[in-house]
Design a protein. Structure first.
Length: 265
């Protein structure tokens, strides 16, 4: 059973404050490592707070789609967080290091929905039918938990360790793509930093999206037309250093990039 609301609200506030004041210790005093219900309750408190404060939710991100990472954290499922409009970095533009704490980049497939997805038994075929198009994406994950010493519950409470994201400009219909075998190369300053493929994302990016839609429906929520879905990493994430030029290239899907530095006039 989740802790009393007041206690959860205090932890939610600690996470919000950490965005600007610096990373905090793991939430062990409130959260058992695999306590999903309490963790999502904390995430929801902050989501409601941010929406009421004027931020606009525009989609969801899926994390922990790699079996190896799930095993590392002792869980058997992915997690999710909320995407807000102010988290998007335009393709090719700058992301200021001052906006981040301990960021890492990972390449993903993003799906943009053309229809709602609200069924608790959503299948990958349902996701494909509801998807308007796919684009290459980079997620810049970040953590308000010091030194990334996270459990499953920590990352869920922390909005899925979300930070920022970049979308490519090449839009592709799913019927023109093979999201299972597509290869991914993530380059930092022109050097190869991470390799992967669509199959690394819970067996297929559509599997991850179907899991998300079904999980949200079971919690009384749903995905809406126009939502952006970051379906999960196709390969290992890479820590960022100020000045890095990050470029993700995904076979058949396209590329996207950003510069991890303060914008210059």
């Amino acid at each position: 059973m989740p802790a009393p609301y007041g206690k959860l609200a205090r932890e939610a506030e600690r996470l919000r404050t950490a965005y600007t004041s610096g990373a905090i210790a793991p939430l062990r005093h409130v959260l058992d490592p695999t306590d999903a219900d309490t963790a999502y309750a904390i995430q929801r408190i902050n989501t409601d707070y941010w929406v009421q404060s004027g931020r606009t939710a525009i989609g969801r991100k899926i994390g922990l789609t790699a079996k190896s990472v799930q095993a590392q954290l002792g869980v058997d499922q992915p997690d999710y967080g909320v995407l807000f409009s102010d988290m998007q970095v335009e393709n090719g533009q700058h992301l200021a290091p001052s906006k981040c704490l301990q960021p890492k980049a990972e390449a993903e497939i993003a799906l943009i929905l053309g229809e709602d997805l609200c069924a608790p038994d959503t299948s990958p075929k349902d996701v494909a039918a509801a998807t308007a198009y796919a684009v290459a994406a980079i997620e810049i994950v970040d953590s308000r938990i010091a030194d990334w010493k996270i459990t499953f519950a920590d990352t869920v409470a922390d909005n899925g360790s979300s930070g920022f994201f970049v979308l490519g400009t090449e839009k592709h219909k799913l019927e023109t793509l093979d999201l299972y075998t597509c290869g991914m190369a993530l380059e930092i300053n022109g050097d190869l930093a991470s390799l992967g493929a669509g199959a690394a994302c819970l067996g297929h990016p559509l599997n991850a999206a179907a899991w998300l839609a079904s999980t949200l429906a079971a919690r009384g929520e749903g995905l809406k037309k126009g939502d952006i879905l970051l379906t999960g990493a196709l390969g290992p994430m890479v820590a960022l250093t100020p000045g890095d030029h990050v470029c993700a290239k995904i076979g058949g899907v396209g590329k996207c990039e950003f510069i991890y530095s303060e914008a210059t006039e």
